[in-house]
Design a protein around this ligand. Structure first.
Ligand code: ADP
Ligand code: MG
Length: 1080
């Protein structure tokens, strides 16, 4: 397998040297150059061991993002490139995990970046410590206390646009889990002289400008302020606006922050009222007024401003006015009131303004503390962040009491640094029994002593002067200094007894100079006494206490006449000394973490690195000595247990568990890793590692090893996971298989079982049926046998006994009776026979039902017999007549209404006796054939329907029509030309004779006749035609038929019910096409 790419060491890719301890060779130049090189590459942080050097970049760098926070979170100090977050993380973790209270000491000159650093530390800790709504609120309040305090306590100075004018130490409190609970802020000596006067090029505290720029019209109106800065004497005009600072926006931020921190609206309002009052105080001016007794007296020039202040603060105007004009001194129960001259009045005014403002500031801190105070009483872990004003020197010698105090404070911090890093470290080696050669360093304890010594210290002497009765001035104070401190190495004064500085023209007479650890500072003695006294006339404090304004009243508790305290309040100097002493004590109980801020240039500009300036700071901060001690000593130390815990995975013997003393474990480990012996030493409780390189190497190895271990764990875990998964699958498979098998077997068994049952049932059924059949057969056999036997016996018995029974008697009797009945029937019939007339319908009644068919048959036979008898009597003539009648019956019976009437009439044929009548001699001669019909008929005239008589003759072959009178033949039609005879179904004698079309006789068309003997004529015509032509004449019986008259076809229609002409049918021509025959 390819070897994993080795991780690059921390030391690679680093710009310059990240830890000065590694610098080779080490001297001032290389030190400065390394800083410079890193600074040029935007690497502003460099380590000296665990101390962080921070260079102010004066521009925003992209190294504080949340991703960076995550990157540094829970990482070892040396793991990543130097960063303030690494220090913060280290501090937070040892607080959380090792229960060690921490303090972050941030030092450096004004403008070096201390305040920014402190904010970065706080925001990092806030980002990495606990989560949750409650915790977040605490964090938010802690963070938001900054903008409030900065607005009231910071100002633009020549060194820094946002210079802290107060010292601040903040304890952040955590619970056992490392969740923030709250905090406590301590403030140190606000530079209150700034309220009434600012050095050239500097500004008053931000809040004044912020209110004026950002306050709404309404707010300004309520505060009786005007937006114009120039209206206010207290606001330095030459730099009222600062580049890149938006006072209005900042004001909104501050108000928002105040809200978050928990200020009530009325509190915020009161705070702004006090600020406004301070601002307006500056505008009160006095003019001299002489009194009769010669005493100077002052008077307020324009009372308008005073009036407004009083309205704003609820002070009685007259009370305040009096307080500005008189001073009451109480001594031994005696009250003496003196007038104030103009200068005193101004002094009083400024003192009031300063006091008002500084007390307001302290109140703000107290108020914030109230809000951010931890709510529980449980034991807390504490992380202190100290951001105190930086070392300050005004080159023009304008250094006053404030600078003295500030620098004293820095001196003390340097002292603690020396104590804890240089001194403590060297002492630790001795304590731990490590061989050690002492390294020289400058200890500034001597300077601290010069200032704070209780008998001979400058502060003590200043207090002495202030308390001394008699005239006390700044000069008397200087004189005293000159006497007492003359011999001190670090004190310089023209007038001192020590003649060293008699001719030093750079040192004015009214000044003294102190060689601070960070350089010489010349202090102007003017104002020291006053500022130390910090006096506010009692009349003023009483006036303030009387104010109808709860905040102002609270700020001046000593104004309460009931609590008059004649004892002098402690001086500013002693107060400060005491609070610094407390602070130092506090810091010493905690584990210190140092951030040493360095200012790369004086111009507040980015990218400029002023070597000389940096060199100066490096020198007085004692950074080189720091490195030297570190190098000569050991860069890194750690108690054996945590060290073994951290690196034990690097050696087989110690991994995973080392049983035995941790010290031996570390020994084994280091031997195994083949670390050269000179690289480490074994102390009593700690291992000391000389070179950070070794540590880095250890870290690199650890990192590598951790990756391997991670891979191993991963591998084993994956294996385990796969195996578990496999086993689970296997188990599941077995379960499934067993279930399935069971199921399959069950199925199979059920199938076999049901088949067995079926087979069984069939067999049983078959057996049963077989048995049944046998039983049935047996039964039948038995029965048959019984029957046969019975019959047999019966037969036997009958045969034997027949002769004894009259078995056939009944039958014979019945046969006999029947014969007798039939006999009787026939004999009776003989007598009852009806007549022989064929039409006689009589027949004797049937005597017996069973003779019914016989009786009917007999009747039929009889009838046929008598008909035969009747027919046998006929002559040939009579036979013919009956034949004709029969023919007529077949043709017309039930077809023509006229027919029944014809039945009784004999067919005579020759009604006209042509041969006998001479009239018809000619006609008789013309006809030589036998005449079948000779009769008079009415021929219907086709024109009008009238009838004309004609003689109708039918011979064997012709039909002849002749005139009735003359006997002349009118028409002769051979029978072959007659095609049809038409007639109605009714009781009339009309009939039409249709002729064959185109025949000779058809010239005049068909004939329409009327005759009384229609049935006879039609029958004879039919019979003759049949015998003559062997064809059946078509006889059409219809109540409407067509007749061809010449060319016309005329319809003959028969209608019934016309009785007009009696009982005679009438014919009438209706139109060309219709002849209507009315039949009665
Ligand atoms: N880490 C930083 N990154 C960017 N700008 C910084 C940083 N530190 C300081 N500054 C700049 O320097 C100015 C002065 O810093 P500040 O912390 O107020 O100084 P100090 O408190 O030491 O007097 C800040 O207003 C800011 O503009
Ligand atoms: Mg600051």
């Amino acid at each position: 397998m390819a070897k994993m790419e080795t991780k690059t060491s921390l030391l690679d890719n680093m710009i310059g040297v990240g830890d000065m301890v590694l610098l080779e060779p080490l001297n001032e130049d290389t030190f400065i150059n390394n800083l410079k090189k890193r600074f040029d590459h935007s690497e502003i942080y460099t380590y000296i061991g665990s101390v962080v050097i921070s260079l102010n970049p004066y521009r925003s760098l992209p190294i504080y993002s949340p991703e960076k926070v995550e990157e540094y979170r829970n990482r070892n100090f040396y793991e990543l490139s130097p960063h303030i977050f690494a220090l913060s993380d280290e501090a937070y973790r040892s607080l959380r995990d090792q229960d060690k209270d921490q303090c972050i000491l941030i030092t450096g000159e004004s403008g070096a970046g201390k305040t920014e650093a402190s904010k970065l530390v706080m925001s990092y800790v806030a980002a990495v410590c606990g989560k949750g709504a409650e915790v977040n609120q605490v964090k938010e309040q802690l963070l938001q206390s900054n903008p409030v305090l900065e607005a009231f306590g910071n100002a633009k100075t020549v060194r820094n646009d946002n210079s802290s004018r107060f010292g601040k130490y903040m304890d952040i409190e955590f619970d056992f889990k490392g969740d923030p609970l709250g905090g406590v802020i301590s403030n140190y000596l606000l530079e209150k002289s700034r309220v009434v006067k600012q050095p050239r090029g500097e500004r008053n505290f931000h809040i004044f400008y912020q209110i004026l720029s950002g306050g709404s019209e309404d707010l300004l109106c309520r505060l009786k302020l005007e937006r114009d800065f120039s209206r206010y004497n207290y606001l330095g005009l030459d730099s009222a606006r600062v580049n890149g600072v938006d006072d209005a926006a900042n004001f909104r931020t501050v108000r928002n922050a105040m809200q978050i921190v928990g200020f009530m609206d009325h509190e915020t309002q009161s705070v702004f009222e006090v600020v406004a009052a301070v601002l307006k105080l500056g505008n009160i001016e006095f003019k001299p007024e002489s009194r009769v007794n010669g005493l100077d007296e002052s008077k307020i020039k324009d009372k308008n401003e005073l009036k407004e202040i009083c309205e704003l603060t609820g002070i009685d105007q007259s009370v305040l006015e009096r307080a500005f004009s008189f001073r009451t001194v109480e001594a031994k129960q005696e009250k003496v009131s003196t007038t104030l001259n103009v200068a005193q009045a101004y002094y009083a005014r400024d003192a009031l303004a300063k006091n008002l403002y500084s007390r307001l500031f302290s109140w703000l801190v107290t108020r914030i503390n109230e809000s951010i105070k931890a709510q529980t009483k449980v034991r807390k872990k504490v992380m202190g962040v100290l951001d105190i004003y930086g070392f300050e020197i005004f080159e023009d010698g304008e250094n006053s009491f404030e600078q003295f105090i500030i620098n004293y404070c820095n001196e003390k911090l340097q002292q603690i640094f020396i104590e804890l890093t240089l001194k403590e470290e060297q002492e630790e080696y001795i304590r731990e029994g490590i061989e050690w050669t002492h390294i020289e360093y400058f200890n500034n304890a001597i300077i601290c002593d010069l200032i704070e010594n209780n008998q001979t210290g400058i502060l003590a002497m200043l207090d002495e002067e202030c308390l001394r009765p008699g005239t006390v001035t700044d000069d008397t104070f200087l004189e005293k200094l000159n006497q007492i401190c003359a011999t001190h190495q670090h004190f310089e004064s023209r007038m001192s007894k020590c003649s060293r500085f008699l001719n030093d023209t750079s040192l004015p007479h009214c000044c003294f100079r102190i060689q601070h650890y960070a350089g010489k500072v010349m202090y102007q003695v003017e104002g020291f006494v006053d500022k130390n006294n910090d006096l506010l006339y009692r009349d003023l404090s009483q006036a303030m206490w009387k104010a109808n304004h709860s905040l102002i009243k609270d700020l001046f508790p000593e104004g309460n006449p009931a609590k008059i305290n004649l004892k002098r309040p402690p001086t500013a100097g002693s107060q400060f000394k005491a609070s610094v002493a407390t602070l130092m004590k506090n810091l010493q109980t905690k584990n210190p973490n140092y951030i040493r801020c360095i200012k790369p240039n004086d111009k507040k500009a980015a990218h400029i690195f002023n070597d000389a300036l940096v060199c100066h700071q490096v020198r007085y901060l004692g950074l080189l000595e720091n490195v030297r001690v570190r190098r000569a000593g050991y860069a890194f130390r750690q108690p054996y247990e945590p060290c073994l815990e951290r690196y034990k995975m690097l050696c087989k013997q110690t991994w995973p568990h080392w049983r035995g003393p941790a010290r031996d474990g570390v020994k084994v480990l280091f031997n195994d890793l083949e670390i050269p012996e000179e690289e480490y030493s074994f102390g009593r409780s700690k291992i000391f590692i000389r070179n950070p390189r070794t540590l880095f190497k250890l870290e690199d190895l650890r990192k590598q090893r951790l990756e391997d271990l991670a891979t191993l764990i991963q591998k084993i875990y994956r294996g385990w996971k796969c195996r578990t998964h496999f086993l689970l699958m296997k188990k599941s498979q077995i379960v499934i298989a067993s279930w399935y098998r069971r199921y399959a077997q069950q199925k199979k068994y059920q199938k076999i079982k049901s088949s067995a049952i079926v087979v069984q049932s069939y067999i049983r059924g078959w057996k049963a049926r077989k048995l049944l059949r046998e039983l049935k057969h047996q039964k039948r056999c038995n029965k048959a046998v019984t029957t046969i036997a019975a019959y047999w016996h019966g037969t036997q018995v009958r045969r034997e006994y027949r002769k004894f029974f009259r078995a056939n008697a009944g039958k014979k009797i019945s046969e006999f009776i029947l014969q007798k009945i039939i006999q009787k029937y026939f004999l009776e019939m003989k007598t009852k026979m009806p007549s022989l007339s064929p039409v006689d319908k009589n027949w004797p009644a049937r005597p017996y039902l069973f003779l019914d068919s016989t009786h009917n048959e007999l009747k039929r036979i009889f009838h046929l017999w008598r008909c035969k008898k009747y027919r046998d009597q006929f002559t040939d003539q009579q036979k013919l007549v009956y034949e004709e009648k029969l023919e007529a019956s077949e043709l017309f019976k039930d077809k023509k209404a006229l027919y029944p009437a014809s039945v009784g009439q004999p067919f005579q044929g020759a009604y006209l006796e042509i041969s006998k009548n001479p009239k018809y001699k000619k006609l008789k001669d013309a006809v030589d054939e036998k005449i079948i019909i000779a009769e008079v008929v009415n021929k219907i005239n086709r024109a009008n329907g009238k009838a004309t008589s004609r003689i109708f003759l039918l011979t064997n072959s012709n039909v002849l029509l002749a005139d009735q009178k003359s006997g002349n033949i009118k028409s002769e039609v051979p029978l072959g030309d007659v095609t049809k005879v038409s007639m109605s179904s009714q009781n009339d004698g009309f009939f039409a004779v249709h002729l064959k079309e185109g025949s000779g006789a058809a010239g005049k068309g068909d004939f329409l006749f009327s005759s009384d003997h229609l049935i006879e004529m039609a029958t004879k015509l039919y019979r003759t035609t049949l015998s003559q032509t062997k064809q059946k004449l078509n006889i059409e019986i219809s109540d409407e038929f067509l007749v061809q008259f010449r060319q016309d076809k005329v319809c003959v229609k028969f209608i019934q019910g016309n009785q007009r002409n009696g009982n005679v049918p009438t014919c009438k021509r209706k139109n060309n096409r219709l002849l209507e025959v009315a039949v009665p």
